[in-house]
Design a protein around this ligand. Structure first.
Ligand code: NAD
Length: 479
């Protein structure tokens, strides 16, 4: 199935008629083509957005809210179709797309549809000077949203929904690896009555389409989620134009387990935080540190549980782990397993590609647990972004804190303990934007979301996102 750009409420072929193949990771087959849009396509999308801005930014909050909530409802109505499309494009189990990805995309629109009606700005009376200041929060204009392949519609809408709610018009680009649900979203937006040009979706490679978006002088803000190298490149391009930037980048998150935790809960959650979505979640706890007295027990129990995970075709209900997103990504993950072996890591389970009967050319890999001799080895420092975790013991709080913080990333951290004082001490000192204690990936959409160090700048979520997508203007009136 070929997909097209969504510009000004209509579907268009790319102007130069350049196309890229779209692969189904579960069987390795090309199942469609997507536009590789260039500068002209982005310009066309920008012009549509610019023309729509005046009216959209003046649309009442109630009406904006109603349209966003309608989009949310239509996503819910089309849950099965969207979940199947996401799974086919990405390789994730349909059950996961149905339980997590698509419901969350719907929640993003509902949440920001509601949030905008509660968003307010401040006023400051200048006491003794007979003046009052009030702050306006005005939409920026045309903004760019660029998202990755791991949680395709979930992360695409996490940007688009607040941008639209705040009154901006959007030029958006999903990952070229997983464009399908973004394409389907265009149709839903029309059905929900989103005015033409308010949202424009252009497809294509990062170096062509994405680059054209970030270089566009009149796209004044870029919200980006993806790799740290790409984020750094975007920052360089955007800086001379003084664009507003929100960058959500890579992670290498520690999962720290103390002996006093609720063991069974920890074990079940750690299997999930290691391998959910084939380990392709920026928040996965890929470095597991275990307190020495329970290390051997954990190692035995964890490996036994991981071995029970069923790798299979994404549409089969018993599948826990589907296909990795692409052949190059599979190769990159396998390369890291080899690096671990070269650095004297011990593969405790997994490590091999799997052939799934009937889908022999799919990109399947066993969930892999590696015991590492040191936290400084490459597999403990570099983001792998696949079904691979490392384990190693620690002896003291100070030691584990140092190891946890000794990476360039700082996205999230997970801590398992029932000791309140330790919880407070450690969660305050962990270098991360998000700390989960005795849970993982529990999300409340009002909370700030983002990373420190090489994991990004800026925060998404709740009013933080609405602040990012607006400019504050102070008006001072003397009376
Ligand atoms: P990527 O950086 O390769 O691509 C992300 C997006 O950027 C894609 O749409 C791509 O086409 C586009 N892009 C690439 N080059 C560009 C350029 N020069 N100009 C503009 N756009 C360009 O990342 P990916 O491989 O799709 O995703 C995996 C990465 O994303 C991992 O590092 C992961 O940790 C990160 N991630 C972070 C978060 C978070 O919230 N911090 C969430 C999910 C994924």
């Amino acid at each position: 199935m070929n997909i097209q750009n969504y510009i000004n409420g209509n579907f268009h072929k790319p102007i130069q008629n350049n196309w890229i193949d779209n692969y189904n990771p579960s069987n390795g087959e090309v199942y469609g083509q997507i536009p590789n849009s260039n500068k002209d396509d982005v310009e066309k999308a920008y012009n549509a957005a610019k023309s729509a801005f005046k009216q959209w930014s003046q649309t009442t909050l109630e009406k904006r809210s109603r349209i966003l909530i309608k989009i949310s409802e239509l996503l819910e109505t089309n849950l099965q179709r969207f979940a199947e499309a996401e799974s086919k494009d990405n390789g994730k189990p349909v059950s996961l797309a149905k339980a997590v990805d698509i419901p969350r995309a719907a929640s993003n629109f509902r949440f920001f549809g509601n949030a905008i009606t509660q968003f307010a700005s401040e006023s400051h009376e200048s006491v003794g000077q007979q003046a009052i200041n009030y702050t306006l929060r005005q939409p920026i204009g045309v903004v760019g949203c660029i998202s990755p392949w791991n949680l395709p519609l979930y992360l695409f809408t996490w940007k688009i929904a607040p941008a639209l709610a705040a009154g901006n018009c959007v030029v958006a680009k999903p990952s070229e690896v997983t464009p399908m649900t973004a394409y389907l979203l265009g149709k839903i937006c029309n059905e929900a009555g989103l005015p033409k040009g308010v949202l424009n979706i252009v497809h294509g490679l990062g170096i062509t389409t994405g680059q054209a978006i970030i270089e566009h002088p009149d796209i004044k803000a870029i919200s980006f989620t993806g790799g740290t190298t790409t984020g750094s490149h975007i920052a360089k391009v955007a800086a001379p134009m003084f664009k507003k930037l929100s960058l959500e980048l890579g992670g290498k998150n520690p999962n720290i387990i103390f002996g006093d935790c609720d063991y069974q809960d920890m074990l079940n959650t750690t299997v999930r935080s290691s391998f959910a979505n084939q380990g392709q979640i920026c928040l996965c706890g890929s470095r597991i540190f275990i307190e020495a007295p329970i290390y051997e027990k954990f190692k035995t129990d964890f490996v036994a549980k991981v071995k029970q995970l069923k790798v299979g075709h994404p549409s089969q209900t018993e599948t826990n782990i589907g296909a990795l997103v692409s052949k190059p990504h599979l190769e990159k993950v396998k390369e890291h397993i080899q690096i671990a072996k070269n650095e004297n890591g011990t593969v405790l389970c997994g490590g091999n590609e799997i052939t799934v009967e009937g889908f022999e050319n799919g990109y399947y890999l066993e969930p892999t647990v590696i015991e590492v001799p040191s936290d400084e080895c490459r597999v403990n420092q570099e983001e792998i972004f696949g079904p691979v975790v490392t384990i190693m013991p620690f002896h003291t709080e100070e030691e584990v804190l140092e190891m946890a913080n000794k990476v360039k990333y700082g996205l999230s951290a997970t801590l398992w303990t029932n000791n309140l004082k330790r919880t407070m001490r450690m969660s305050h000192q962990l270098q991360a934007g998000i700390v989960w204690v005795n849970t993982w990936m529990m999300r409340d959409l009002r909370t700030p979301f983002g990373g420190v160090k090489a994991s990004g700048v800026g925060r998404e979520g709740g009013f933080e996102a609405l602040r990012f997508f607006t400019e504050a203007k102070n008006v001072c009136i003397k009376y």
